[in-house]
Design a protein around this ligand. Structure first.
Ligand SMILES: [Zn+2]
Length: 477
């Protein structure tokens, strides 16, 4: 395998993703807008497959999925603390007036990234998109205006918290109660300059697990994960490799439930094909923790282009959210448990699906020299590859084409996503499929017409095997 070097590689990935229909700048023909991207046909397929794997993963934990609205009235975010605390510090340029978000590279000590002018602190900016729900009658009626104020959700979690009482009843008043949700969320990022990493509209896949606080160190399936080795970076220490059990028993990870779910997140990321050597879990420092969290670990992916970047956050939200809604509504969110009446705590693994897609594209891509040609490959695991197989007639002859069409249709009818291609040389057709990550190419030749066998060529090894048509399906899964 020949790596193309850091610079070459990063441009190649982005260029390929655009050219082959994975990801496009949104509103491109109108000049685009920072922080918005569209998924093309192959990108959408890849995303659905990752989401499908994710649903299946948490189905095995016994969690139910719900779907709540993406717009909510002001009250919800007033109670949840987002109106007050979901903000970023900003600086403004004294000459060109452009506003930037303060981060490790931008602060009042550096020059304006746009024009080189002097920067000054310009306060905290809320990141939620505001909207109006319905029509407000009468200008200047502040009460009415406030009532119609709505926001696009910055996380899917609140939709779950505010339905807690109904969900608990659905679960026959029992804890633990695990609920999942996949959907769009919105953050009006101040300076989104990094493609899929900082988006204004993005997809979150979130788990909210309600547990009895007295049971947090007693996860019934902890045995299954306890020996899993994790690369962890504690907030006050160096990166180290530790088993989940050791990290929990030494109090580095706050409790068994949190440890269990960090291990499961690690397992999921490995199952979709992210290389473990490029993953670690970093604990938040007290000063970077979200307003609702008591302990938080980010699964970070080491990107060639962006360095370590967060792809999943696993937080212990304590009883913050339920207590916040309970006190502003004056309702009781407590649950009867063996330890008495308690407000459940929430363990929350929150997956940034778009960032995971970016990490998959970047880590799956490689180039190698094959003879005189450069072969570009997206080495996706077959379960997440957008196209599962391609079917080719060896030559452009009617008898081969009709047999190839027949095999193609048979696979489609069996729920596979397959492509048919009879244009150009067979080598060219292989290269095309390698580039979009298709794991198998099936070729129909004259032997097929005699004995109903085909050649199946594997993307990674380029090796070909002869397979009876009746057994193709077993090879593909
Ligand atoms: Zn400026």
């Amino acid at each position: 395998m020949v790596g193309a070097g850091k610079e070459g590689r990063k441009d190649e990935t982005a260029e390929l993703a655009r050219r082959r229909g994975f990801i496009w700048q949104a509103f491109e023909i109108y000049g685009g807008a920072a922080g918005f991207y569209d998924y093309g046909p192959l990108g959408a397929l890849l995303k659905r497959r990752v989401e499908g794997k994710w649903r299946d993963f948490y189905r095995r934990e016994g969690f139910y999925e719900i779907e709540t609205t993406t717009i909510a009235p002001r009250d919800i975010f007033e109670s949840s603390g987002h109106l007050e605390s979901f903000t970023d510090p900003t600086v403004m340029c004294k000459s060109c007036k452009s506003v930037s978000r303060v981060d490790e590279n931008v602060n009042v000590d550096v020059k304006c990234p746009e024009c080189g002018g002097e920067l000054e602190a310009s306060g905290e900016l809320n990141l939620m998109f505001q909207t109006r729900i319905g029509v407000t009658k009468g200008e200047g009626d502040e009460q009415a205006a406030k009532k119609s104020e709505g926001y696009l959700r910055p996380e899917t979690a609140q939709g779950i918290f505010i339905n807690f009482q109904r969900l608990l009843k659905f679960n026959r008043d029992k804890l633990p109660l695990g609920i999942i949700q996949i959907g769009k969320a919105y953050r009006n990022e101040i300076s989104p300059r990094q493609s899929l990493i900082r988006l204004r509209e993005f997809t979150l896949a979130e788990v909210e697990l309600f547990v009895d606080p007295a049971e947090k160190n007693n996860h019934p399936r902890f045995e299954e994960v306890k020996d899993r080795k994790l690369r962890i970076v504690p907030s006050d220490g160096e990166a180290e490799e530790k088993s989940v059990e050791e990290a929990v028993s030494r109090g580095i990870i706050a409790n068994e439930y949190l440890g269990y779910h960090i291990a499961r997140v690690d397992e999921f990321l490995e199952s979709i094909g992210l290389p473990r050597a490029k993953l670690h879990f970093r604990q938040h420092r007290q000063d970077e923790m979200a307003h609702y969290a008591t302990d938080c670990w980010d699964a970070e992916f080491l990107s060639d282009r962006y360095g370590w970047m967060e792809i999943v956050g696993v937080a212990d939200r304590g009883d913050y959210d339920l207590s916040a809604h309970a006190s502003s509504l004056n309702v009781d969110m407590r649950v009867h448990t063996e330890s008495g009446k308690v407000v459940p705590h929430v363990i929350e693994p929150s997956f940034g699906i778009d960032r995971i897609i970016y990490a998959l594209l970047e880590s799956a891509f490689y180039e190698e020299q094959v003879g005189k040609e450069k072969r570009k490959v997206l080495q996706f695991k077959s379960e997440i590859a957008p196209i599962q197989a391609a079917v080719f007639p060896l030559l452009n002859r009617d008898e081969l084409k009709s047999k190839a069409r027949e095999v193609f249709q048979k696979l489609r009818d069996a729920s596979f996503f397959v492509e048919y291609d009879n244009s150009g040389s067979i080598g060219k057709r292989y290269r095309r499929q390698d580039e979009i990550g298709t794991p198998y190419c099936i070729t129909i030749d004259y032997e097929t017409l005699e004995d109903d066998t085909v050649t199946v060529r594997k993307r990674d090894t380029m090796k070909q095997v002869r397979v009876p048509i009746a057994e193709i399906k077993e090879v593909l899964v």
